[in-house]
Design a protein around this ligand. Sequence first.
Ligand SMILES: CCCC(=O)/C(O)=C/OP(=O)(O)O
Ligand SMILES: [Mg+2]
Length: 404
Amino acid sequence: MSRSIATYRIYDDQADFRKKATSIAVGMTVGSWTELPAAKQEAMQKHLGEVVDIQVHEGWEPGSRYADISIAYPDINFSRDIPALLVTVFGKISMDGRIKLTNLDLSPEFLSAFPGPKFGIDGVRDLLGVHDRPLLMSIFKSVIGLSADELREQFIRQALGGVDLIKDDEILFENELTPIQKRVRLCIEAAREVEQQTGKKLLYAANLTGHTSKLRDQALRAIDAGANALLFNVLSYGYDVLHELSSDPDINVPIAAHPALAGAIYPSPYHGIAAPVLLGQLMRIAGADLVLFPSPYGSVTMPREENLGIRDDLHTVKLGVKRSMPVPSAGIHPGLVPRIIRDFGTDVVVNAGGGIHGHPLGTEAGGRAFVQAIEATMKSVPLAHYAEEREELKAALDIWGGEA
Ligand SMILES: CCCC(=O)/C(O)=C/OP(=O)(O)O
Ligand SMILES: [Mg+2]
């Protein structure tokens, strides 16, 4: 019988964890068990959840306790979609005290319904023709209220800085000045102009927004206007919307998943869903080609072990789909590039907004500083040494600091 296993961390100083685990396994599947007549029990056996592991630990505070509990849920109980999975394994019990969903071990049967990322790491690299180093992405900043000309000008400045991708900020929604088709047309045209000068291909991830019922048409309009990538605020819509977009054959461009709202779900040790599940595994099987998340060392941080957990879930062969590109973000500046590459390897996107636009010599110099920092790190040259002959990197290190 095909089963998917959910692991929870439950904090309770008094609980009989075996009893608690059994009540979850029964309550989230067949509802009640011991009261059922034998004939009914036999009929319902195939639907019954099972406690497969309980590990009890002493907590940090004296006398406190917690347990890691794993429960197997028969795949027969729920349909092959993420909403059904999440309601089954963490619907009602997510509201029942101090309990956090920390891991999902999904069955091959369940995973068979998920094509995963259309492009993945290798496909994005193929689009750009860059295979031997981290990618560099910049983010429009102070973008609300910009006219089309101002947006185009900012795009060109970023492109001339040598970035591989440019993304909308996640707070750029449909608006009268730069509706998606208009801004895609002007940015892609600008990308082609700059490519004439630099020879560099560019992906522009336009933010796909608006009512759910209109997203597919919106995406097709953007692609018709020349869009070669999309940004999507997954958690405000739900994973299944991403799944529908990513598995649509007509939406043939990479999708970058933004983590907006994730901070309401992953940080607490006592509640919510662990970051590797929320921003690693589920984003990848829902089809995100690139996944943004708070880095361990920027302005909006996430503990390093959770970052590395996301990295591992975006790469693991266990999920049986293409790998998604990790994009550790927020407060990234050139001095952090060696740490990023040390933690994530070269299959990573170095992503910055303020770290590019806030450069003392301007946006173009900000991009060049990152390009230089990546070059130095790939050559195993200390940034400070590499900066001796490169004013853009030197200015960035002077203002934001160098590698730890
Ligand atoms: C984790 C998401 C980061 C993000 O959306 C963003 O705009 C970052 O900007 P900077 O912190 O690099 O300025
Ligand atoms: Mg942003």
